[in-house]
Design a protein around this ligand. Sequence first.
Ligand SMILES: O=C(O)CCC(=O)C(=O)O
Length: 243
Amino acid sequence: MEQAAAVTAGRGYVLIPGLLSAREAERARSHILEQVARSPSRDQRQRLYGLIYQDPLFAELVVQPQVLAVVEQILGRDIVLGGFSAHVLHPGAGRMGIHVDYPYWAMPAPFPAQPILEIQAIWLLEDFTPDNGAPYFVPESQKWCCPPEPEKFAAHAEQITGPAGSVLLSHGLAWHDTSENRSRQPRVSLLGNYTPKFVQPLEDNCYGFEPAAAEKFSPRLQQLLRFNRKPSREPVYPLWERL
Ligand SMILES: O=C(O)CCC(=O)C(=O)O
C-alpha cells in the first residue's frame, strides 16, 4: 500500500483528503469549541479528552477504515489506542515545540528503527493554512531515530496544509511542530495515537467513560481501547487476541 510506504520508507507522513464531509468536520469542530468554551482554562493551546464518549462521530473516527488500514499495514492488527484528543490552537497561539511522538519522547535515544512504535493521525477539522497553525514536518526524519535538532528542523521542515476533512498520518519518529496561529479563528485538530499493544497508553481511555456510549462501541474499538483485555478472574493478561 502506497500510503503505508510513504509513512515508513518515504517522507514519513501522508495526507489523505476527503475522509470527512465538510458537515462532519464542522460538527466535530463545533462540539470541541463548545466544550473548550466551558473549560476554565484560557491557555492558547488546549487539549480536550474523553470525546469518544460524547458523540459517536469521534468513536467512528478512531476506527475509520482507511486510517485503520494504513495503521494496521504498518503496525499490524495487535494495536491499541494510546490516545485520542482534540488540540485547539487559539488565535495568537505559539508553536507547540519540536518533537517526536509518544512513546519515543519517553525513551532514551537513539530510538529503535524497528519495531515501529507509533503512528499518529491528525484530523484536520478545518482547512489548515499557512497562517493558522498548520504543522511543520521534516521529510524522512523518521529514518534518523534521534531527538529533533532545532537547526536541522529549521533548515528542512515543510508545512503541511490541506482541506478540512483530511487526515495526516505520520510516523512517531518524524520530527514535527505546530506553527503559530496568526489567523482570527481557532484551529482545531483531532489527534489519534496508535501503538503496538505492548506500549503503555499515553492517555487513560476511560477518562470521561459513559456506559451508554461504550455499549455501542464496535468490537474493534473495544479492542483498541483494551476493554477486552482481561476478565478479572484471570491472573495475567492474555497475549492473544480475544476478539
Ligand atoms: O495539532 C497538530 O497540528 C499537531 C499536534 C501534535 O503534533 C502532537 O500533539 O503531537
